[in-house]
Design a binder for this molecule. Structure first.
Ligand SMILES: C[S@@+](CC[C@H](N)C(=O)[O-])C[C@H]1O[C@@H](n2cnc3c(N)ncnc32)[C@H](O)[C@@H]1O
Length: 268
């Protein structure tokens, strides 16, 4: 097959190599769960991989401020948005693409990683977008008069024992600002824990649960179809197959990140 999109194919190869490196560095983890590790390393202090992931289409960025969410945030004034754990900045990038980011007077992207902040700055040039390189747990809440805070798939980077601290910080900010907080997660366990804490704190919240066809790696998925054409690529997959005793088909599916999944959105 000669007409495969070579750029996508190269992306897939790079991503797969990174996957193998991550796996080699940490032999104790299961190869399949280590894929999650790759995604962690992807935006955690690693601009190179963030750049790679950036080329991948991710549906989850489209719905965060869509009609359903706005129904629950009817009173939300588009004033100041705190984008907590902003990572590679993809959320704001997508909000800009959808024409939503300019509705906000100010957007603060908050991330503790200097590398990720520098990475975001390269493509987020709107006057209303500011960058704060700080640990969320250390930020002085009174500085920010905001009316919406969003943490999109960021909680998986927080130690489970700190969810409580995380939520309490948001709750103080909410009380001081009458703000809305939006937390999203795919992981059922994480969201269960968040709901448990909100219940204990007697905080009213809205839980939206939707089935999503996660095409997180659409680009990668496409290119994987052509993996037969590349020897190195095939060898990498074959090595993983031997090590993990899994079929190559399963590995390809796993690497592609092509999944159907529930996405939870909690608004309070
Ligand atoms: C993958 S991102 C989350 C996804 C991101 N919200 C998006 O929309 O693409 C996770 C980010 O959280 C940041 N992070 C982790 N712990 C943090 C903390 N305590 N305070 C601020 N940022 C933190 C990491 O540096 C990483 O860039």
């Amino acid at each position: 097959m000669s007409d495969y999109p070579s750029e996508e194919f190269n992306t897939a190869k790079k991503l797969l190599r990174k996957f193998c490196e991550t796996h080699r560095q940490n032999k104790s983890i299961d190869i399949f769960s280590s894929y999650t590790e790759l995604f962690k390393s992807g935006t955690f202090n690693n601009a190179e991989t963030a750049e790679l992931l950036f080329t991948i289409e991710d549906d989850t960025y489209n719905y965060l401020f869509d009609r359903d969410i706005n129904i629950f945030c009817e009173d939300m004034k588009y004033d100041t948005l705190l984008n907590i754990f902003s990572g590679s900045g993809r959320l704001v990038k997508q909000l800009a693409h959808l024409g939503i980011s300019r509705k906000f007077k100010t957007i603060y992207n908050i991330d503790s990683s200097r590398e990720m902040i520098e990475f975001e700055k390269k493509f987020l040039h709107e006057d209303n977008t500011k960058f704060v390189c700080q640990n969320f747990f250390d930020i002085e809440t009174s500085v920010y008069q905001y009316n919406a805070a969003v943490c999109h798939c960021g909680l998986r980077y927080v130690d489970k024992y700190e969810y409580d601290k995380f939520l309490k910080k948001l709750l103080v900010m909410k009380r001081d600002n009458f703000a809305k907080s939006i937390i999203t997660e795919i992981n059922d366990e994480i969201i269960g824990e968040i709901i448990r804490i909100l219940d204990i704190e007697k905080i009213k919240f809205t839980h939206i649960r939707r089935l999503y066809h996660m095409q997180r790696n659409t680009t990668l998925y496409l290119s994987l179809k052509y993996y037969e054409d590349d020897k190195t690529f095939r060898e990498l997959v074959s090595n993983i197959s031997t090590q993990s005793k899994k079929h190559t088909g399963d590995i390809l599916k796993e690497i592609s990140g092509f999944k159907t999944s529930d996405m939870h959105i909690i608004i309070f």
